[in-house]
Design a protein around this ligand. Structure first.
Ligand code: N01
Length: 548
């Protein structure tokens, strides 16, 4: 394999717009981009990573809001490709906080000497395919140009923040923050009047901490969300030792779980209807006391039958009423939608926060935010004055970052055109008309419905094997066949439609971004997905057209 600049390469460093040639250009230096670079090097490929941020870590680089923490347990939310790495790294808490995950990403970058092939502070704005050369040309905001036989979009699923076009946005005289683009220097709300817009995971993690600092806090809630206590704690050393003694087997068991994690607390394969009221209570209590995302695995039909789900809904409503002293506030905090159709949140002291006299919940489910004003926020027929406003309004998930780039495949087809009616991929890995361009954890793959690092590693391994195969066969391109892609999109929707997931306005559907096409983007079920990916390979890359 080529380890030298290919045709069109220039050795001149004086002209930043002259194209530099690579085998593989990788966009993003989060967990996907870092591992892709490592694998590319193992294949002997000349690879370049472009990263918009000034450091590695992707979502964990940007999301530095107070309380940011992973909701997958730390012994599971880490790479498994290097046993030395997983043995030597020590997590301090059951659920790792953002600074520790960022430290881990930096450790990986140093340990595998990855930085020398990463251009930081460099946002990719365009990528276009030249069919005659079977190569991509990638352009950055700074005017740099790189070519590559392969382009890997390691751009993350939650990397484009969603800032709704509120009337008067920009007129506010105080400080504004978005949870997904938090400043690097500490933000201190001590003595301030703070408003938080949004009640998703980011808000639910940050609100208890902001409330500790602020003089007053107003939370604007459009939709109440389900949150399960984290019961976070220092990582139990005995548990760590036990896992490390059989890490590979633990990872293997997790890979057979529907979401690629949680083999220690698998779904209870019993229908809620077959349980007595006492058994139901015990099952929900056990999950609630354990804490974390495993809650909706208390029974096997919670996500497929609305009447079954209602038992879980009522259970959580009861827990909220137990904690929140004002019955009217408890009622407002009690979600109405199916439990789990929006991603469940995991919190530390969220509901308790609303018992504090300086914290106020404002229901904006009817009129929304009326305006951002120079003094604060107009909503629910009132004017609120703030020193700071925190926008916890989420992301243009899964497609936002890809759609912002000008990506042009064969015959100038743009990704925006190809996805005008919603994202269409084959296996979430490739798009018909865009040869040799791979998406890591793209729409149509299990991605956000799994432990992301597990999905990332599976995708990177698949892509690396595919590239090695193409080169070994002397083939220069690979591209999804339209029919295979159509069938795949139908499959992804069919699986989702057999569940309750598409029943509410979630970001899985793109429903949180005004004007975005509503399509259920991730695929449910990690193990059958992996099986299908392996089968495609075993059948000679079935569903792909391989160029000579
Ligand atoms: O974003 P969200 P997030 N007017 O989209 C509201 C991951 N994550 O950043 O529900 C008023 O969930 C919106 O209201 P509604 C995790 O996968 C993980 O919190 O659309 N409000 C909602 O309340 C998570 O699911 C971790 O009615 C508006 C909120 O803003 C994903 O990231 C931690 C509005 C956005 O909630 C996204 O979470 C954090 C408007 N115009 C995040 N527009 C962990 O690992 C939106 N909202 C623990």
């Amino acid at each position: 394999m080529s380890a030298q600049p290919g045709p069109g390469a220039t050795l001149s460093s004086s002209d930043p717009t002259a194209a530099e040639a690579f085998d593989m250009v990788i966009v993003g230096a989060g967990f996907a981009g870092l591992y892709m670079l490592h694998k590319a090097r193992q294949l002997g490929l000349r690879a370049r990573v472009f990263e918009a941020g000034d450091g590695v870590g992707g979502t964990w680089y940007w999301n530095r809001y107070p309380g940011a923490r992973c909701d997958i347990e730390s012994m599971e939310y880490s790479y498994q490709f290097s046993d030395e790495l997983q043995q030597q790294w020590h997590w301090t808490e059951r659920f790792a906080p953002q600074p520790e995950i960022l430290k881990y990403a930096n450790h990986v970058a140093d340990r595998f000497d990855l930085r020398r092939d990463i251009r930081f502070g460099t946002r990719v704005v365009a990528a276009s395919y030249d069919e005659s050369a079977a190569r991509w040309t990638v352009r950055t905001e700074r005017g740099e140009v790189a070519t590559g036989q392969f382009v890997i979009m390691a751009t993350g699923c939650l990397s484009s923040t969603n800032m709704p076009p509120f009337q008067g946005l920009g007129s506010f005289k105080g400080a504004t923050y978005h949870t997904g683009e938090w400043p690097h220097e500490p933000v201190d709300f001590t003595g301030q009047r703070v408003g938080v817009i949004g009640t998703g995971s980011s808000a639910i993690q940050s609100i208890p901490i902001i409330a500790q600092q602020a003089k007053s806090l107003v939370v604007f809630q459009r939709t109440a969300n389900y949150s399960v206590p984290a019961h976070n704690a220092a990582l139990d050393p005995a548990y760590e030792t036990r896992i490390k003694a059989e890490y590979a087997a633990f990872r293997a068991r997790n890979s057979l779980m529907p979401a690629g994690f949680g083999s220690n607390y698998p779904r209870n394969e019993v229908s809620v209807f077959s349980a007595t009221p006492e058994e139901r209570r015990q099952a929900f209590d056990a999950r609630w006391q354990r804490g974390g995302l495993g809650f909706n695995g208390a029974f096997n039909d919670l996500m497929i039958d609305k009447a079954a789900n209602e038992f879980a809904v009522q259970y959580v409503h009861e827990r909220i009423r137990e904690v929140v002293k004002d019955p009217a506030v408890a009622a407002l905090l009690s979600p109405k939608q199916v439990l789990g159709c929006k991603r469940i949140c995991v919190d530390t002291g969220y509901y308790e926060t609303f018992n504090q006299p300086h914290v106020k919940l404002v229901d904006i489910s009817q009129g929304g935010i009326e305006a951002i004003t120079p003094a604060g926020v107009d909503a629910a027929g009132q004017s609120f004055e703030f020193d700071s406003i925190v926008f916890a309004t989420g992301f243009d998930a899964m497609t936002g970052t890809l759609m912002k780039m000008d990506i042009r495949g064969r015959n100038g087809l743009t990704l925006r055109e190809a996805w005008s009616a919603g994202p269409r991929t084959y296996l979430g890995l490739n798009v018909a008309g865009f040869p040799n361009l791979f998406t890591i954890s793209g729409p149509g793959s299990p991605s956000v419905l799994t432990n992301m690092i597990v999905s990332i590693e599976q995708h990177v391994n698949w892509i690396a094997d595919c590239v090695a195969w193409l080169r070994a066969q002397g083939r220069r391109s690979i591209e999804a066949r339209p029919q295979a892609q159509d069938e795949w999109v139908g499959h992804v929707n069919g699986v989702a439609n057999g569940t309750l997931y598409p029943t509410c306005n979630s970001w899985y559907l793109g429903a949180n971004v005004p004007g975005k096409t509503r399509v259920f983007m991730p695929l449910l079920g990690f193990p059958p997905y992996v099986e299908r990916c392996n089968e495609v390979v075993a059948k000679g890359y079935e569903g792909f057209a391989v160029g000579a």
